[in-house]
Design a protein. Structure first.
Length: 261
């Protein structure tokens, strides 16, 4: 899906992370110094912010959202859409978005719901909220909250070392993105889905997350770079028009490979 909005503007972004920081070098006694340092070198992930009980994703979302709303000086009754994007919600039901509506003291005429997406979550959340703002009056606003939890890693006897290595990639944090219905602004987007790779990053009920690292690398290098080129060509975007490339990817190896492509 390729398209654009001509009347929605990102007015601000704020973020929040837990206070606790976990250094990946602490896993040397378990994984061995060579393997641990190799993973740190390849991924570029030296340390991560991690959550501690009883912290929930809504706590991080609230800090980010409250910070953003105060920063923008928005009236909370002007927010007509609240989208919470997370794969670690407070509850199975209801949507965490309803809890956030109450906690942020938003009005009843605000549409609230959760979106279960990971890597593509922020971009999809912005696109969804922008679509809903089309039905709103000029000046009305949407809030997209994106957040995940990752608790301090404890090694248990019998835990596969691959599970521990995967945990070294994930941290906890949240971001709040403020969107406003406006005039004479353009937001371009390209959205794709690939159900054939549904199990590349997967977590079954009551299980640890499973990652096919090779498949992630292949997808990132081959598919992402080609689609990025298609996006630029479709909208006639020149290299000189781009200030920054911001990828949702922590791994240095993948980022370097994309740059090489």
């Amino acid at each position: 899906m390729l398209g654009q909005f001509s009347n929605v503007k990102i007015q601000g972004i704020a973020s929040a992370v837990p206070k606790r920081v976990e250094d990946n070098s602490q896993f040397e006694p378990i994984l061995g110094k060579r393997r641990t340092q190799k993973q740190i070198r390849i991924t570029g992930v030296e340390r991560r912010h991690v959550s501690e009980e009883p912290q929930q994703v809504s706590d991080l979302m609230y800090v980010a959202a409250d910070r953003l709303l105060n920063q923008l000086k928005w009236k909370r009754n002007q927010i007509k859409v609240l989208v919470c994007v997370t794969q670690s919600p407070n509850f199975l039901i209801p949507s965490t978005a309803f809890f956030m509506q109450k906690r942020l003291q938003l009005a009843e005429d605000c549409m609230c719901f959760d979106v279960n997406l990971g890597c593509s979550g922020a971009c999809s959340g912005i696109q969804i909220a922008s679509s809903l703002l089309q039905a709103c009056d000029s000046g009305e606003k949407a809030l997209v909250l994106v957040g995940e939890l990752s608790y301090s890693t404890c090694y248990n006897e019998g835990m596969p070392l691959s599970d521990l290595a995967n945990k070294m990639l994930f941290g906890a944090g949240a971001a709040a993105i403020g969107l406003e219905k406006a005039e004479d602004v353009t937001m371009k987007f390209m959205t794709k889905s690939d159900g054939d790779r549904y199990n590349t990053i997967i977590r079954y009920f009551n299980q640890e997350i499973e990652i096919d690292g090779g498949a992630v690398l292949e997808f990132s290098i081959n598919k992402v770079t080609k689609d990025l080129c298609k996006f630029k060509e479709y909208f006639n975007i020149q290299e000189k028009d781009i200030d920054y490339y911001v990828f949702h990817q922590a791994q240095k190896l993948i980022l370097d490979s994309i740059c090489d492509e």
